[in-house]
Design a protein around this ligand. Sequence first.
Ligand code: SF4
Length: 522
Amino acid sequence: MDDENFESQKLKNDAVYDFVRDRKVVKDPKVLTKSKFLNGLQCPKLLWMRCNAPEAIPLPSDRLQQVFDVGHKVGELAMTRFPGGARIQEDDFLRNIEETKTLLAAANPKPIYEAGVMAGRLFSRADILVPSSLGIGYWDIVEVKCGTDLKDVYLQDIAFQRYCYELAGLKIGRCFLMHINSDYVRDGDIDVQEFFALVDVTDKVALLSGEIKKTIDGFLAIVDMPTCPGISIGKHCNKPYECQMKLSCWAFLPPGNVLELRGNKDKAFQMLDQGIVLLKDIPKNAKLSDTRAIQYQCALAGKPHVDLPAIVAFVKGMKYPLYFIDFETIFEAIPRFNGTSPYQQIPIQFSVHVQEIPGGELKHYSFLQKSPADPRKDFLDSLCACTGIQGNVVVYNRTFEESHVLNKMKDSFPEYESRIADICSRMADLLDVFRSFLYYHPDQRGSASIKKVLPVLGGKSYKDMAISDGGQATTEYSRVTYGDQVDPADRQKVYTDLEDYCALDTIAMVDILAALEALQKG
Ligand code: SF4
């Protein structure tokens, strides 16, 4: 997962959590909740669908429960930062509102968790309401997020809540965002003071207040429209997070469409607006960057682009023996092990294929942590034992293995520092060939991912694998390793599937390099 996708995943975690909670609690689909309000900011069509045809919105199924559990655990932890409060019944909409009213009117106010209020057609439920130091009868809003910094969408979220509470007659003092502190390092029990960053966003939220009534009135008008507003696809489909409706809204796009153009999508969306759907229909005189021009030419010719001299230089630069390596990781909002931080990539598995000479026999080594214990030391031990002291270590996206995994372990395991430095210094990144378009096949559809490159160059595919991507590997590993009441046969099957999946990643690199070598021989 690249950095941009990783950040977007954290945002999506919050969105999915709110989405599921809303569905569980608010039965009237035409009530505007904060998650629907945020949907409206992203796209009027999405808002309308949420309120008028919610069954047509696919749930992000495979990771849903896990994402929901993460949000729930972070929320539970956040409450302990404001102890002594009252927890309101979460799953019963009307009871939630009634209990909130009682607690808000109490003679000795105390923090309220999950306080729900209804104001006209608006429903809001703050994660935590705290008696404010600004005066008797005032309450501070504390919104808890799984993200690690302040995002505009969080401010909009809090602005909606503030408006809704004030409409219901509450006096709101200050507004706080409580997000995860990415610099926190676990040492024993989670220290909630350090784990969360509490940011006073009162002034920033106030800046949004002037527009909020107009925005909400506009959204309620959209909700009441008899038919879905016609909205074209655009950058908004991925901002602030990938829309759940993309599968259906983007389904009309055929292979070879202009959205496959690499990089910023502004121009591609402009082309779509002008009726240019296919790459090959782009006017000949259109100005395109070098890489986009390659995609265009490939679409016209229906053939791959090969920068043979550069590929030959890359292949000749390889120093044997070659160690093809790939890691699988978990990354959790609440760090599981001492010495680790929120969302740190913790390696739980590797596959290494070793090849002594070009086209030579392969030796395979693997590691998979099969217990809930901290895997990092055994991982490093095993990795160092099978990666030799000379020859290239071949990876696919060096940033991940080097920066996100190996270098992050140096502080906890200083005795491995020189070995980590040696492995990293020997890395050769196969992704460079495809990211810089030394080779490009139209069937890659604009992607340099190994999942797209392997079928066109290596003739294999991930599609029949029981585990077929990194996200699924993480989810399944966590489920069977840290979950309760897991059937041993289920656990063993997942471990076998993980071994197969990780091994395919390194075999894929072997095959891709062999295919590149074959290109130079014609
Ligand atoms: S995919 Fe795009 S156009 Fe479709 S509902 Fe989502 S944001 Fe709107």
